[in-house]
Design a protein. Structure first.
Length: 394
């Protein structure tokens, strides 16, 4: 059996909304349906019935995104009922995991055309209450927020592993001696690059605003941010810490999707592909050091592709925290940091958990298409200690 080439024909995403912001009134299944429908509408030569599967990442799944949000997106988008859908969860890496799984199916010949993406509404993530072990308990019951982080933690888990995500970022800062000033400078750069990219129209070809919502660009970008403003923010996780709301990614809502094909499917679209998927890798690390998860994943993905940092045209590294991103960069001394997140990162753009991996993959594909050729890399750290990376070429 021969392995087929897998092409990214198109990639779209919504503008990323802030927590409680412009997209707060939009259900996550509707966000997912919107980007799926946009892909179909942008490729009119493709019969939607030819889509063999829709794979979506979703990190929560506890609310309106329950019962397989990928299948819900298919139905809500008006695709033929014959098109199936499956939802995957690798937490922050879910959207990229969806791309990897869809690409693997195409490479092995199990599919010819697939849609892969991710969605998250952190605003609409519900509170949950555990079902009592016996009927009619007399005492109060614990209510949990499903927006982010550990909940209903298994008591067998070592306490060292179950620290908050922010404390995990502080641990990475401790490990690499990353100062508050360095984190704030990194965050400021993210906002400035994102604002410049929007002003230059670099996102016009991939962002599809949600109908009826007055949001045409990412909602969390702070063009007027200054070092002084960031310095005034208090540490969020330790009284004497370095991680603040200003040098961490915000809570967000959004969706992203990519159209993937083999050679035969590509001919059916009548389009030139943005890029080709080369390799991927996923790795594990101690849960409290999750922020360094991409380090090994990136090196493995590049090695499988026969590439090194010197071969890269662009690199999209998810900015869960400035400390986390800087910690990864410190472990890649041969990487030119100017290649990383040239159009801004998650600190400015936002990090809707299940969607971010698809957003990064799509952004790399569009950047390679704009460059005309090259090798691109996308990677994310993942809560509970994992990393995922994807290598694209054009």
């Amino acid at each position: 059996m021969s392995i087929r080439d897998v092409y990214i024909v198109d990639a779209v995403r919504t503008p990323i909304g802030k927590f409680g912001g412009a997209l707060a009134g939009v259900r996550p299944d509707d966000l997912a349906a919107h980007v799926v429908r946009a892909l179909v509408d942008r490729t009119p030569d493709l019969d939607p019935a030819r889509i063999d599967d829709v794979v979506f990442g979703d990190a929560n799944g506890a609310g309106e995104d329950n019962r397989d949000v990928a299948r819900m997106a298919v139905l809500l988008a008006g695709l033929p009922v014959s098109v199936p859908g499956v939802t995957v969860n690798r937490l922050c890496g879910s959207g990229m995991e969806a791309v990897v799984q869809a690409a693997r199916a195409i490479a092995l010949g199990d599919a010819s055309v697939a849609v892969a993406g991710g969605v998250e509404s952190m605003t609409r993530a519900p509170w949950v209450v555990q079902k009592p072990e016996r009927s009619f308990p007399a005492g109060h019951q614990q209510m949990w927020s499903t927006t982010l982080g550990w909940r209903m933690t298994n008591p067998r888990m070592p306490e060292e592993w179950t620290v908050s995500l922010g404390e995990g970022a502080e641990l990475v800062a401790d490990k690499h001696g990353i100062t508050r000033e360095a984190q704030d400078a990194f965050a400021l750069g993210s906002h400035r690059k994102a604002a410049a990219a929007w002003s230059a129209g670099l996102y016009d070809g991939e962002v599809v605003p949600y109908p009826g919502v007055e949001l045409v660009r990412d909602e969390c970008i702070r063009e007027g941010s200054t070092p002084e403003a960031l310095a005034r923010l208090k540490p969020a996780f330790r009284p004497d810490g370095t991680v603040t709301a200003g040098n961490a990614s915000p809570l967000n809502d959004g969706a992203a999707a990519l159209l993937l094909t083999d050679e035969e499917g590509l001919r059916a679209t009548g389009r030139e592909p943005l890029a080709r998927i080369r390799t991927s890798a996923v790795t594990g690390i101690e849960p409290h050091l999750f922020g360094l998860g991409p380090v090994d994943a990136v090196q493995r993905a590049l090695a499988k592709a026969g590439r090194g940092f010197g071969d890269l045209t662009t690199f999209e590294l998810n900015e869960a925290f400035a400390a986390q991103a800087l910690g990864c960069l410190a472990e890649w001394p041969e990487l030119d940091p100017a290649l990383v997140n040239p159009r801004g990162g998650a600190i400015a753009i936002g990090h809707p958990l299940g969607a971010s991996g698809a957003r990064l993959a799509g952004s790399v594909a569009h950047q390679l298409a704009a460059a005309g050729s090259g090798t691109g890399l996308a990677a994310l750290c993942i809560g509970v200690g994992q990393g995922i990376a994807l290598v694209l070429e054009r």
